[in-house]
Design a protein around this ligand. Structure first.
Ligand code: ADP
Length: 417
């Protein structure tokens, strides 16, 4: 059976048009119709340029011109002509919004010769290369972007190398400074240790003869009393004794001050509630004599530190809170508040208070705001407290107003995680 050549042609997978010598479309493959969004009955019998005019929106369109040239060449010379890739936009059906759609084609025009060797028909074969071209264009764009990025990267690399050098130099300088600081800290520690040792020896050596003096004084006192049976000298003896006690206290305070920084006891868990209760029981404070009243927060927590020093800290501040009163019965409130990894303690009294201009001065050694007669003391208590708090990684400060009482605050590291 003879095949149906017409049907065979129309079903070919390639994109084909058959034109007569007037360039009128006489046959078309299904694939061509599909690629150009056309229908067979709407284009058969029409001139190719009537069906595919130039895109009026593309002022640089050359499709019609180039195809005319090629078709004429094939017609006149009777030889095939492979055209360069053409931008030849195709009209879109009204149903799809009209206008033109951008397309690129690779056309090939072949003559079909009659027995007289004249061109009877032209096979216009095309390949839709739009996607290929777009991919190529995108590839080029990517390449451009890649080149730009590469440039940026190179600059960045240079910048990073330069910065790294600067950091290295800074690091070296810092290391040197660090080393110097370390040496200075070691020097300081050494002289602190020397000072502490000196203070210890001096205090010990001064205290020893004083004990002797005390002993002899008692003997002399008793002998005079026995021999002359008089109390006439009692007051002098009392004064000497008071002076002796003062010097011993001063020496003890000096020693405490020197020892704070020297101590290398490891920090342990210290229950501050227990510390306060122990201090009150030990009756070192004038609680009974003054009838002092205490309000102690139940929340006093466990902190990290050296127990002996924490006791000293609370004791000195409580001692002052009872001591610096005029006529009031001392009322003291001890509180604590958790602040992150720290605990902030407050010890508030209802005593004589102080002028804010002394807030810094009172923490310095031997700084006192009153005479020995009014309020006795060595002027070392708060300096010792400051050293202790700082050694424990905290801060110590005061808030007060004359006549309105004083609150001391200090922070210590909480033992809670
Ligand atoms: P001292 O108690 O031996 O005088 P401190 O170093 O403990 O020495 O205190 C320094 C000074 O700070 C005290 O002399 C006093 O003037 C002042 N001060 C300390 N605590 C209080 C307080 N609770 N109220 C008023 N003044 C205080």
């Amino acid at each position: 059976m003879e095949p149906d050549y017409k049907q065979l042609f129309e079903k070919l997978p390639g994109l084909f048009l058959i034109l007569d010598t007037e360039f009128v479309i006489v046959a078309v493959s299904d694939a061509y119709l599909k690629a150009t969004l056309t229908e067979r009955e709407k284009i058969l019998g029409k001139g190719i340029f009537e069906v595919f005019p130039d895109n009026p929106d593309d002022s640089g369109a050359t499709g019609v011109n180039n195809l005319t040239t090629s078709l004429n060449k094939v017609l006149q010379e009777g030889v095939p002509d492979k055209m360069a890739i053409q931008k030849y936009d195709i009209p879109k059906p009204e149903a799809e919004g009209g206008g033109f759609e951008e397309r690129y084609w690779s056309p090939y025009n072949l003559p079909l010769l009659g027995s007289d060797n004249k061109v009877k028909f032209i096979i216009h074969s095309v390949e839709n290369v739009t996607e290929l071209l777009k991919m190529q264009q995108e590839g080029e764009e990517h390449e451009k972007k890649y080149e730009t990025l590469k440039g940026i990267n190179t600059n960045l690399d240079r910048e990073i190398t330069a910065r790294a050098k600067e950091v290295e130099v800074a690091h070296l300088t810092l290391s040197e400074i660090n080393q110097q600081l370390l040496e200075k800290a070691e020097d300081l520690q050494r002289s602190n240790d020397d000072l502490a040792r000196f203070a210890e020896t001096a205090a010990h050596d001064i205290k020893a003869p004083f004990r002797g003096v005390g002993g002899y004084l008692t003997i002399i006192k008793e002998k005079i009393k026995a021999k002359y049976n008089t109390n006439e000298f009692d007051e002098y003896f009392e004064r000497i004794d008071l002076g002796r006690t003062k010097i011993t206290t001063l020496l003890d305070d000096l020693l405490s001050f020197a020892r704070v920084a020297q101590s290398n006891e490891p920090f342990a868990e210290v229950n501050t509630k227990q510390v306060v209760e122990d201090i009150m029981k030990a009756s070192d404070l004038n609680i009974k004599e003054t009838n002092a009243q205490f309000k102690i927060s139940n929340e006093l927590p466990v902190v990290k530190g050296e127990r002996f020093q924490i006791v000293q800290l609370f004791q000195n501040i409580l001692d002052n809170a009872i001591k610096f009163q005029d006529k009031n019965v001392p009322e003291i409130i001890i509180g604590a508040q958790k602040k992150g990894k720290l605990v902030e303690f407050s010890i508030k009294d209802n005593g004589i208070g102080m002028n804010p201009k002394y807030f810094n001065k009172i923490f310095e050694v031997f700084e006192r705001l009153h005479s020995q007669e009014d309020y006795p003391g060595s002027g070392l208590g708060l300096a010792i407290c400051k050293r202790i708090v700082e050694r424990h990684g905290g801060k110590l400060w005061v808030e007060s107003e004359p006549g309105k009482g004083t609150t001391f605050f200090f922070t210590l590291k909480s033992a809670e995680k």
